[in-house]
Design a protein. Structure first.
Length: 218
């Protein structure tokens, strides 16, 4: 691993740079242009990437533990098996990004945009307050996740575990809830008009899905 560390000037233009395996731990890259950069296996632990441009960047296998990615643009970025434990992704744009087998334990995903994102990772306990996940196909584990006010309209949850999740005020218009576990989840103020569920869907105790506008399918 090369040792570049924090010697990079803040907000640099690193478009298309080859930083494979680079050690950028704790570096100040706020507002940096890293679009199309090769960051495969790079160490970005605790790095400041606030507002950074990471469009199309390859971050496969990178370590972003505790990194600050608030407002970063990760559109079409490759994030296969990336470590985002404890990372701050508030307001980040991950539209059409590839987020498979990633570690998002304790990550802040409040207000994040995941439209068209390829997700294949568990999100237990994640903070997704106000996040946009509309139109996604979701089979992940969202146990205890905070999805307050999230836009989940048109998404398809297939046998997803949402036990104990906070869905207060969430938008679930036309959302498919096939075989979903919502035991103990909070649906106060959630809009479920036109959402579809089946007989395997588990609802919170005392919740009446039909009264909430849910279409029950065989």
């Amino acid at each position: 691993m090369s040792h570049i560390n924090s010697h990079i000037e803040p907000g640099p233009n690193l478009e298309g740079a080859d930083l494979k395996g680079a050690n950028l731990e704790g570096a100040d890259l706020e507002g940096a242009d890293l679009s199309g950069a090769n960051l495969i296996g790079a160490n970005l632990k605790g790095t400041d990437l606030i507002g950074a441009n990471l469009i199309g960047a390859n971050l496969n296998g990178a370590n972003l533990e505790g990194a600050d990615l608030e407002g970063a643009n990760l559109t079409k970025a490759a994030l296969m098996c990336v470590n985002l434990e404890g990372a701050d992704l508030e307001g980040a744009n991950l539209t059409k990004a590839i987020l498979m087998c990633a570690n998002l334990e304790g990550a802040n995903l409040a207000g994040v945009r995941l439209v068209g994102t390829l997700i294949g990772t568990e999100l237990p306990g994640a903070n997704l307050v106000g996040a946009t996940l509309s139109g996604l196909f979701l089979k992940e584990d969202f146990t205890g996740a905070d999805l307050k006010g999230a836009d989940l309209s048109g998404a398809w949850f297939l046998k997803t575990n949402l036990e104990g999740a906070n869905l207060e005020g969430a938008h679930l218009l036309g959302t498919k809830l096939t075989g979903v576990n919502l035991k103990g989840a909070s649906l106060v103020g959630a809009n479920l008009e036109g959402a579809k569920a089946d007989e395997e869907t588990i609802w919170p105790e005392g919740f009446d899905p039909e009264a909430a506008g849910v279409i029950l399918e065989d």
